[in-house]
Design a protein around this ligand. Sequence first.
Ligand code: GDP
Ligand code: MG
Length: 218
Amino acid sequence: MVEPIFDYQFRLILIGDSTVGKSSLLKYFTDGKFAEVSDPTVGVDFFARLIEVRNGTRIKLQLWDTAGQERFRSITKSYYRNSVGALLVYDICNKESFDHIPDWMTEAKRYIEPHNPVFALVGCKLDLVRAGAAREVTEEEAKAFAQRHGIFHIETSAKTGLNVEQAFKAVTQEVFDRIQSGQYKIEDGWDGIKTGFSRPTHLDSNLVEAEPAKSSCC
Ligand code: GDP
Ligand code: MG
């Protein structure tokens, strides 16, 4: 097996009311697929995907799903504590899910402290609106909320995949920018940001010869 090479690992979480589309967003982002039936309580705990930020640095995203815990507001503190970013997800056709976003944000801030996470506000199920369903959250009110908190906002569909990539990319880029500016540091005992495996560039020219030699000897 080839060791995946990445420069950093970021751990991100998705939070928001039950049924807003969190697991579907994760599935689409990591699998490129939409699964019509999804049981909220039987979930994969985490997903992973490698992406690149603008300067080509490779980031492995470790993406944690609530696996149904959000139904009972019983999300464990450790779920939050080791995260560097959180996608706050609401359903565009469900006003209540948007009204609960401040609560989710407050809870995440409280448990992620002393770290200061990157948030993004993500409206899901845009395909339903486009198919004629009633929109309950306007783009303007969501944008206004995001602006007040200085966070990124985007409307997506986990069904068609529209803007899914952009939502995760925005958070990843912002975390990376904060590392570059010195605002974030890698800390022992905290899994929000970790350094990964990266091959020193001076070895790249030896790559083709070096690898078969290794596998034939061991
Ligand atoms: P979670 O509880 O937040 O993880 O939500 P799920 O991802 O389990 O989705 C709840 C329900 O909404 C499921 O029936 C999904 O198939 C459906 N769903 C999720 N995202 C979308 C979307 O973007 N468009 C449509 N039409 N349905 C979606
Ligand atoms: Mg789920």
